[in-house]
Design a protein around this ligand. Sequence first.
Ligand code: FES
Length: 272
Amino acid sequence: MIELNVVQPRTYRPDKWWVEPFAMALYFVFFTIYVIYVTLVAPLEESIQEWDTSSAGVNYISPFFSPDLKKFFGIDTPVVNIPGIGDWKVSPALLLIWAPLGFRATCYYGRKVIYRSFFWSPPACAVDGFAMRKGKYKGDGPGIFAIVHLHRYFFYLAFILAVFHWIDTFFAMQFRASDGSLAYGIGIGTLLSALDALFLTLYVISCHSFRHLMGGGANTPGTIRYWLWSKISKLNKYHGLWFWLSLFMIVIVDVYFRLVATGTITEVRWLF
Ligand code: FES
């Protein structure tokens, strides 16, 4: 028998329903700390060029630094003098991170994770949420939560980001030999980059906003818009899966590229 009290969420579920929201919250906390490290802490350390893999003879670029602002837009991030610390070259990741974070934070699935894991409103299906119990739940309409309606605009940015991730994968097939000549091939980093681009693309094109954009209101079978809507709907069923796979991949790829950039590991490559 489940014991009910004012602190414990009320439910008759006998299973360990709290494991999922707890595990998701843990990864979110880890990811937040990792983002802070990548954008603020790592650039302050001596190994400021950790994200630059060119010395390892490759063109890998971590998803956190994509698109390459310098290469594609000629933007060099500024150097800021911090009293007591010295010159700090602003990380490109800091200039870019708001777009993918905004996309994920306003995502229907991302919001479900946040509401369940952090607000416990509700923490799981058939479990009484705190906001509901107090009669405070008012949906996404009023106040600060209205910001989630910006999602469709974040979607456009995320779509562009996904395209750049594929461009990054193409450049991740270029290797520089010790004599400076250019060769094409596939390294472990190329494969990881391709997986990152693939999972991000699946996450982006399974977005509810994209589904609406492609086939919203198209109720007549036989039209291209209806066909697109039905295909995206199939992908949309697994939107949560793409959300997590792409979120895991960002960290995996970043860690791997750092290890290559710092010479910690020697990469396996196959040159054509
Ligand atoms: Fe999740 Fe748009 S609804 S990315």
